[in-house]
Design a protein around this ligand. Structure first.
Ligand code: SF4
Ligand code: SF4
Ligand code: FES
Length: 278
């Protein structure tokens, strides 16, 4: 992941000067500039060529008008997840947002992710997400199977593969209202990306967490804040990988957690464990 403060790395089209496509025009951009102390939206008029994306235009602003504009990007192919920002208020990848989706006379406003602290300009500190990632216990391999002996139903493979398409852009984390406007919820709530990880592992047929005493459903509720999620599906709507976060991960995890709560054997076990010993 790289943070550039110059025009290096921008596409050939972005570096060019004159009209490169038949549809070149001047767009009006408003870009947030500032740091943790504060900042403001600055206006730019900048050339747009056929086929360009918002990241091209940000790079052109760097190259021609604001060489110290900070923006994080890497692949320019929608795969590294680093160019996340808010474009006209919607969390999106800058490299996957075509300029053709905006009217030519529309002002395009680019601001940093709102849920995370600003470092500078369009770069935010997404460390919250790495903290949450570390709090989810990893896959526990089954003791009686060696490498190469794992067998799973294709539907279980498909489910995991959908979740594994995640590029860790954290757009879902940014858009979730539980933390977007409530900094105080961050301690108790892991966010959709990491609740999805808990769901993946809890539904994984070979995960042996239970043999170690780890109850992933209980931790989803008690440690990762599953109850805060009211299945609004906003996270699903912004996911650039099209992962059905709410329908395929969060709702099933909620159902499994509720099943566990009302399982008579679990209820009996809890009763016995809570019984006073004196
Ligand atoms: S569905 Fe849940 S996790 Fe996703 S945005 Fe809504 S409240 Fe947040
Ligand atoms: S689940 Fe989707 S939106 Fe969330 S971090 Fe992964 S790719 Fe990004
Ligand atoms: S630069 Fe990699 S996803 Fe946009």
């Amino acid at each position: 992941m790289s943070t550039t403060t110059s025009g290096t790395g921008s596409s050939a089209a972005a570096d060019g000067g004159g009209d490169e496509g038949s549809g070149a025009y001047d767009a009006r951009f408003r870009v947030w500039r500032g740091d943790v102390e504060g900042g403001a939206l600055l206006d730019f008029t900048v050339q747009v060529n056929d086929g360009e994306v918002v990241l091209d235009i940000i790079h052109r602003i760097q190259a021609t008008q604001a060489p110290d504009l900070a923006v994080r990007w890497n692949c320019k192919a929608g795969k590294c997840g680093s160019c996340s920002a808010e474009i006209n208020g919607r969390p999106r990848l800058m490299c996957m947002t075509r300029m053709s989706v905006f009217a030519r006379d529309e002002v395009v406003t680019v601001t940093p992710l709102r849920a995370f602290p600003v470092v500078r300009d369009l770069v935010t500190d997404v460390g919250f997400n790495y903290t949450k990632a570390r709090e989810v216990p990893s896959f526990v391999p089954p003791k009686d199977l060696g490498p190469g002996e794992y067998r799973m139903m294709q539907e279980d493979v498909d489910r995991s593969q959908e979740f594994r398409k995640c590029i860790e852009c954290f757009l879902c984390q940014d858009t979730c209202h539980v933390v977007r406007d409530h900094e105080e919820n961050k301690t108790a709530f892991a966010g959709p990306r990491f609740l999805m990880r808990v769901a993946e592992l809890d539904m994984h047929p070979l995960d042996a967490a239970a043999t170690t005493g780890l109850d992933r459903k209980a931790t989803a509720q008690e440690e990762h804040g599953l109850g805060y999620c009211n299945i609004t599906k906003c996270c699903t709507e912004v996911c650039p990988e099209g992962i059905h976060i709410t329908d395929n991960a969060l709702i099933p995890l909620k159902e499994r957690a509720v099943d566990r709560k009302y399982d008579p054997l679990v209820w009996l076990g809890n009763k016995i464990r809570r019984r006073p010993t004196s």
